[in-house]
Design a protein around this ligand. Structure first.
Ligand code: AMP
Ligand code: GLY
Length: 430
């Protein structure tokens, strides 16, 4: 079977790595890919959002299965276009991808099906939004309705921050049309966790729970990024909370989407806040998380291809996923300046030694080859991912590998996994 993976980040390198191991797969392509995908796939020079060119490539190359990494082609309807041509593709169609494409759509769906989430109001006029802000007081969260490359959410502790957020989203239109509407939400306090499932629109297969670290600096300080590191499992997701997530959030969403005439197929990612011991939905993503995919797929023992095929064919109730017992941690190494502006083209050293470590995989994100030399080519550069007998061992191994790798201006958080470690220690003491 020939498989095409769409995207160029750490998530896509991980998907290529996992798909390439399947005995059912003869060749993997990645569009556009990075220097990491090159060693197991043929990189194809087509952008992830160039849907026409991707359809053309899949047809002419006889691709048997396409797996979409990022949200943009999904919300633009890549699945609909592939299916029109009879091409097999993994992911939700355009109507189902609204779960990530419009925060307003999602909030209304959550309300209709009584799914726990922060209370909210939606506005399409800046004046009304500002009046509301003055009325309800702080803290609040202002969200651009549409896709804003992960930057459209502003947590506001002061009124003037909230007014500024409305001006930049709705008046200056810094996110374009994505700011035609805003959602203004109650601020929730608690601990965040990520929870992903495979679903064929009827049944659900959960993956492992995990916890991302969104802020750039240690101690969750500084601006938000795409994600600076993840560990799995997340001890904050206790067995009781797991059941609440499945019964109170995931299943009602899947059933609600089907009832709305938008059956959902693919990976559904729930970004959760565990607030006062109960899970609340912060956001849905209609794709695998990045970097959640790195430490989760490193623990997946099963072949991923039969799972993907079962999602497309609508029979995942017949499938089980086998997971490795170990814990895993992914530490993301980034370019200095990220998530703001940064330089590219810095030579990366020490990768071969780190790659030789047992139970360590290094997934590339922003990398490319420059005359045979590996150089940085993005904000998030590498996801150093390690398995360990427990979270402590996985953290130790990931950071040992990280310490072997260097480039000018490299930065990473030093505290990935610390929260899980503290929880585990507390449990032992109790
Ligand atoms: P989202 O893209 O909606 O997940 O928001 C990005 C980040 O903003 C989340 O990971 C949270 O850290 C924060 N956030 C979003 N909504 C809320 C909320 N209602 N209360 C507190 N923090 C939030
Ligand atoms: N790690 C957050 C995301 O994939 O959106």
């Amino acid at each position: 079977m020939k498989v095409l993976v769409i995207g160029s980040g750490g998530r896509e390198h991980t998907l290529v790595w996992k798909i390439h191991q399947s005995p059912k797969v003869s060749k993997v392509y990645c569009a556009p890919g990075n220097a990491g995908t090159l060693s197991m796939a043929e990189n194809v020079d087509i952008r992830a959002d160039d849907i026409n060119a991707l359809v053309g490539f899949a047809e002419s190359e006889g691709i048997d299965l396409t797996v979409v990494g990022p949200e943009l082609p999904l919300t633009h309807g890549i699945v609909d276009e592939f299916e029109k041509k009879g091409l097999r593709i993994f992911g939700p169609n355009k109507k189902a991808a609204e779960l990530e494409g419009s925060k307003g759509f999602t909030k209304d769906l959550l309300k209709k099906y009584d799914i726990p989430t922060a209370s909210y109001s939606i506005f399409d006029s800046a004046g009304d939004a500002k009046r509301y802000i003055k009325e309800i007081g702080m803290p609040i969260v202002v969200k651009a309705d549409g896709l804003a490359a992960g930057k459209g959410v502003i947590v506001c502790h002061e009124e003037k921050e909230a007014i500024k957020a409305i001006d930049s989203i709705m008046v200056e239109k810094v996110f374009g049309d994505a700011g035609d509407r805003v959602v203004i939400e109650e601020f929730l306090e608690g601990e965040e966790a990520s929870f992903m499932v495979f679903t064929d629109g009827k049944s659900v297969l959960p993956m492992l729970s995990s916890q991302d670290h969104k802020a750039i600096y240690d101690g969750d300080k500084g601006p938000n990024t795409g994600g600076m590191g993840v560990y799995t499992p997340a001890p904050v997701i206790t067995p009781d909370i797991f059941s609440e997530i499945m019964d109170g959030i995931i299943m009602p969403t899947i059933e609600g989407m089907a009832a709305e005439g938008r059956p959902y197929r693919g990976v559904l990612y729930a970004g959760l806040m565990i607030a006062k011991g109960s899970p609340m939905l912060l956001e849905f993503n209609v794709r695998f998380g990045d970097p959640e995919t790195q430490p989760i797929l490193i623990r997946m023992e099963s072949d991923i291809i039969p799972i993907i095929e079962a999602v497309i064919e609508g029979n995942i109730d017949k499938i089980d996923i086998k997971w490795r017992e170990e814990s895993s941690v992914c530490v993301v190494m980034v370019s200095k300046g990220y998530p703001g502006s940064y330089q590219k083209g810095k030579g990366i050293e020490g990768l071969e030694d780190a790659e030789r470590m047992e139970g360590v995989e290094i997934f590339h994100a922003g990398t490319r080859l420059n005359q045979g030399n590996l150089v940085t080519d993005g904000g998030r550069v590498l996801g150093v991912t390690a398995l360990g007998i427990d979270i402590k061992e996985a953290i130790r191994k990931a950071y040992e590998a990280v310490s072997m790798i260097h480039w000018e201006g490299v930065y990473y958080r030093r505290d990935i996994g610390r929260k899980a470690l503290l929880k585990t220690k507390l449990k032992i003491k109790n």
